[in-house]
Design a protein around this ligand. Structure first.
Ligand code: GCU
Length: 414
């Protein structure tokens, strides 16, 4: 394939790129001005590809939603192909610590192994449950940048109720939630140089060494891993697999939305500052754009997505449709005022426009097109949202709102 040398060059460039959010020389063309937005029309949620109006839940689920999911799969994130050969999957609880966080919780380390004649891969999933809550408990699964293999998920030695990585695990347990960490690099490396060694190779057909143009990129592989972790949770008596939320921040927020859209077993989704290819609308071209994304990270999406660079109007979907595919299950979107690269306004608008489908399904969407005041969370809806002061991170205020929203919908017993 001629493509491979070009991709290898792109890999090399990527080695040099970092996740730094400071504008580079090549980003001087990025638009951060609402007055300079392109004029755009969003594709219709409730009109089929054949031009027929969608007026019932049945038409949504049987006709329009499958059309939209197929477009996202084939043109944006990439579909997971049938493996050439069956994959054997095994679950093994390799350790259990019932004295986690001063005996308030239990930590289970679970190995999930995939194997066929093309190779094998493993995920290490960490499952935390409150000791004093009636089982099974609802849980929040996080697509995590932090590795589950090191010490990031140990109890913090100096900050009671926190992991070493700073997340408030004590609050989760105290509110009756389980917490599940899935490490994104287990199946597909964050460093795209490693992409060719990822889980994809177990799926290749004879002679194949790279995904086809409509096949899965990194985000689809991360989403697939989340679903496999949920397969395990279905066998864990301490977790109610019907009340598991999926969440993620930034790149993992993109993955979380795609996971929830595809796998309807997830009961709720939380997108923290997911931005471009997450909650933000492509067509606004504010902050990060499709061009910026595929130039830096050519494998996050499918190769078909490259065709829409500077051609967003030809995309038959936009990201409000991804959120709509999560309906009627609750979805929460979080933005940061200074996180302009992720386009907080575009994230809000996506969430707002997805409301059309929530309402069709008898649920509550966001009521107004104006973003809410900074620091005011909209929790009383099936589409929740907040934008807070500050930049690209999850701060205690955000964690608390995620738990408030999940608590309302997943009815955790405190
Ligand atoms: C880069 C990338 C974003 C992504 C972010 C992250 O900034 O351009 O799309 O969300 O990394 O994952 O932190």
């Amino acid at each position: 394939m001629k493509l491979i040398p070009a991709l290898t060059l792109a890999f090399a460039c990527l080695c040099l790129s970092t996740l730094a959010r400071e504008p580079k020389e090549s980003d001087k063309d990025v638009n951060y001005d609402e007055a300079r937005l392109p004029r755009y029309d969003l594709p219709s949620l409730l009109v089929t590809s054949e031009g027929k109006p969608v007026t019932t839940a049945e038409q949504w689920f049987n006709v329009r939603r499958p059309q939209i999911m197929s477009l996202f799969g084939n043109l944006v994130y990439g579909v997971v192909p049938e493996p050439a050969e069956p994959i054997r999957t095994t679950f093994e609880v390799i350790s259990t610590d019932r004295e986690f966080l001063n005996r308030t919780g239990t930590r289970k380390d679970v190995r999930i192994r995939f194997e066929n004649s093309r190779g094998s891969d493993e995920m290490l999933v960490l499952v935390f449950t409150p000791n004093n809550a009636a089982k099974p408990v609802p849980a929040i699964m996080k697509h995590s940048f932090n590795s589950t293999h090191g010490r990031d998920f140990d109890a913090h030695p100096d900050r009671p109720g926190h992991f070493r990585n700073g997340w408030p695990i004590g609050d989760f347990l105290q509110r009756g939630f389980g917490f599940v960490a899935v490490y994104q690099q287990d199946l597909v490396a964050h460093n795209e140089v490693e992409f060719l060694k990822s889980i994809h190779r177990l799926f290749y057909r004879e002679g194949q060494s790279f995904p086809k143009a409509n096949e899965w990129g990194v985000l689809s592989a991360v989403a697939w891993g989340g679903s496999r972790a949920l397969d395990y949770l279905e066998s864990d008596p301490d977790i109610d697999a019907k009340r598991v939320a999926i969440m993620g921040h930034s790149k993992m927020g993109k993955a979380a939305l795609w996971t929830a859209a595809q796998d309807q077993r997830f009961a709720l989704a939380i997108s923290a500052q997911s931005g471009c290819a997450g909650a933000a609308l492509w067509r606004r071209k504010y902050g990060e754009t499709l061009e910026k994304m595929v130039t830096r990270f050519p494998y996050w999406l499918s190769r078909n997505a490259w065709k829409f660079v500077n051609n967003e109007d030809d995309l038959p979907v936009d990201q409000h449709m991804l959120l709509a595919c999560i309906a009627p299950r609750p979805v929460y979107v979080h933005s940061g005022v200074e996180d302009t690269w992720a386009d907080g306004r575009g994230e809000y608008l996506s969430a707002y426009h997805a409301g059309e489908v929530y309402r069709l399904l008898g649920k509550k969407g966001l009521e107004t097109e104006s973003s809410p005041p900074v620091g005011e969370a909209i929790l009383d809806s099936d589409v929740g949202y907040h934008i807070r002061a500050g930049g690209h991170s999850i701060v205690p205020y955000d964690w608390a709102r995620f738990l408030d929203f999940a608590g309302r919908h997943l009815k955790a017993a405190p």
